[in-house]
Design a protein around this ligand. Structure first.
Ligand SMILES: Cc1cc2nc3c(=O)[nH]c(=O)nc-3n(C[C@H](O)[C@H](O)[C@H](O)COP(=O)(O)OP(=O)(O)OC[C@H]3O[C@@H](n4cnc5c(N)ncnc54)[C@H](O)[C@@H]3O)c2cc1C
Length: 393
């Protein structure tokens, strides 16, 4: 065990998961979070079975299972006709095949489970108001530079500081993230306001020309999470800006009445313009490594960004434990093991936006023909690379 802690820039889902994963291996860490409090914004998050593989390895399996809503289906609807295109059953057969369920949770609840476990662990120190601006290193250790001018020493530095990562800026230097032009609006509505015939125990996804709608029950069925996206070629990145209802309604005026009804129930809409990056091979620099969105930011279309961050955390702790006293080799082994899996999810997330959620005309008709022809077994086969393993064993 190193005498100095591993420094983790960022106390989001990826950073906290990393601290927990390291603690499981007896490795001490210090989380340096820029914000003045640890927390998460936004409402719902979908978790594939691979997230639950990670929860168990992080030692929070029971707490994570207790906060989740277990949905029965992923259901894809045609937003123009209002008809179902296809669905994937998430019941017993799915759970048996992939070893874990599919669930939806509140982000705050998920972050809270990780945070409580970190606070309860003597190997983890959490510091807020600690904006990591860069790092320096020599053969013996690493120094994180904070915006205050303070220098913090550690055995290694993990950049889990998200899409706009400062650690990445120094390590990769690939400029600002790519603005996708896709604008997402998020709202949460009480379950009794959700149209009764759409109160499905499913993650329901409506696909329409340059737009899509997602809804699912959350927080013990008290509310429905609404996430609606419009590919409007927005040029500037935005995160969490309040917008008037009329802006959201006008973006979906072309979809079926059934789909519009859902949107009309939304209140207090907030807007994000989504960004990602090109996959890169360089995730490490000596004793420094990137993790989660700092390493492989992706569009939300596969609902896997947080799942990948937690897998990264588990893998990183394992490879460091496999290379005692050889941190650089441990980080390199982590990079090698995670690169192709995360690259695949990054690229497929883009492709799903283009070919599943936003097409129109013959492109949409082809989507409907291909996707509606698949049997449940064929769907499970298609998803096997993602849910069947976690790349961790
Ligand atoms: C609309 C939308 C829907 C999504 N849906 C899903 C889903 O259903 N399932 C799923 O798995 N994923 C989903 N994701 C992706 C998921 O939210 C992210 O991939 C995940 O939160 C990344 O976690 P992270 O810890 O790597 O980064 P972040 O969550 O961005 O955390 C980074 C942390 O670092 C801190 N920080 C930033 N800069 C510094 C600094 N300089 N110094 C110190 N700290 C710093 C930040 O304050 C923050 O706490 C979705 C994303 C979006 C936008």
């Amino acid at each position: 065990m190193p005498l100095k802690p591993i420094l983790i820039a960022g106390g989001g889902i990826g950073g906290l998961a990393t601290a927990l994963a390291l603690a499981q291996k007896g490795i001490a860490s210090l989380v340096l979070e820029k914000a003045s409090a640890l927390g998460e914004i936004g409402a719902g998050i979908q978790l594939g079975p691979n997230a639950f593989h990670s929860f168990d390895r992080l030692g929070v399996g029971e707490a994570a299972r207790a906060m989740a809503v277990y949905i029965d289906q992923l259901r894809l609807m045609d937003a123009l006709t209002g008809a179902e295109i296809t669905h994937i059953d998430l019941g017993e057969t799915f759970r048996k095949r992939f070893g874990n369920p599919y669930a939806v949770v509140h982000r705050g609840d998920l972050h809270g489970v990780l945070l409580k476990a970190c606070r309860d662990n003597p190997d983890i120190e959490l510091r807020v108001k600690s904006d990591v601006t860069g790092y320096g290193q020599d053969g013996g250790g690493i120094t994180a530079h904070l915006a205050t001018g303070e220098r913090v020493e550690g055995a290694a530095l993990i950049g889990a500081d998200g899409l706009w990562s400062n650690v990445r800026r120094q390590l990769v230097g690939d400029g600002a993230p790519r603005v996708s032009g896709h604008t997402t609006y998020r709202s949460v509505i009480p379950t009794e306001q959700m149209p009764e015939d759409l109160r499905w125990n499913a993650a329901t996804l409506w696909a329409g020309p340059k737009c899509h709608i997602v809804h699912y029950p959350l927080s013990g069925w008290k509310v429905f999470n609404l996430v609606v996206t419009h590919h409007n070629a927005a040029a500037e990145p935005v995160a969490g800006k309040p917008v008037p209802d009329a802006e959201v309604h006008s973006a979906f005026a072309h979809v079926s009445e059934r789909a519009q009804t859902i949107i009309r129930h939304g209140v207090d809409w907030k807007m994000w313009v989504l960004c990602d990056r090109e996959p890169v091979e360089r995730w490490t620099d000596g004793r420094v490594a990137l993790l989660g969105d700092a390493a492989h930011p992706m569009l939300q279309y596969m609902a896997q960004g947080a799942c990948m961050a937690m897998e990264d955390a588990v893998c990183l702790a394992q490879t460091l434990a496999d290379h005692p006293g050889r941190i650089e080799a441990g980080l390199e082994a982590y990079r090698t093991r995670r690169l192709l899996r995360t690259t695949r999810v990054q690229l497929m997330s883009r492709a799903m936006g283009e070919h599943v959620y936003h097409p129109e005309g013959p492109h949409a008709a082809l989507r409907n023909a291909i996707m509606s022809a698949k049997s449940q077994d064929e769907w499970y086969e298609t998803l096997d690379w993602l849910y069947g393993g976690s790349g961790l064993d």
